[in-house]
Design a protein. Structure first.
Length: 170
């Protein structure tokens, strides 16, 4: 398998902001792993579990067996378009929140709109309106243009209005 594991078990020294945003595990699907220094440093410091997949096929295999809090998918991959990968990835990632046999439901079905389902972000080298529209109509959490930092993902995962969920530390 071509996915590279950076640190699957984050230590208790994780940044409270990551916890508050519901981020414990991140998967990056990109053939250029060197573009994510901010994420690698956070994994090395034990703040987050980080997993790299260098192509779409390895990402689909990982999604079938692993639940992540955020996915960053490059718009261009060696074996397929990031948009083509979405069609294969979305059923595994989104279904994990409502099917307790896949991931253990964190919330009840009557609170679905408050779900912290895994956020999938399409990441591109250059901004293209048509790509942003395609990404957002596909149901992903966002369309991002490099450089992407951990702060961008953390802020994107905060609930509307910036309020923290009940019981989460600031």
């Amino acid at each position: 398998m071509k996915d590279i594991l950076m640190k699957t078990h984050a230590s208790s020294s994780r940044t409270p902001g990551l916890h508050a945003a519901g981020i414990r595990e991140i998967v990056i699907v990109d053939s250029s792993c060197d573009r994510y220094g901010d994420f690698v440093r956070a994994a090395q410091d034990g703040e987050v579990g980080l997993h790299f997949c260098v192509d779409g096929r390895s990402a689909v295999r990982l999604a079938r067996r692993f639940r992540s809090d955020a996915w960053l998918v490059s718009a261009e991959l060696p074996d397929m378009s990031g948009f083509d990968l979405l069609d294969m990835l979305l059923p595994h990632v989104l279904q994990g929140d409502v099917d307790p046999t896949l991931s253990g439901a964190r919330i009840s079905l009557d609170r679905m709109c408050e779900s912290r389902h895994a956020g999938i972000f399409i990441v591109s080298d250059t901004y293209r309106l048509v790509d942003e529209q395609r990404a957002l109509t596909s149901g992903v959490a966002g369309y991002l243009v490099r450089p992407v930092t951990l702060d961008v993902i953390r802020n994107a995962r905060r609930p509307a209005g910036g309020a923290l969920p009940v019981g989460e530390p600031a």
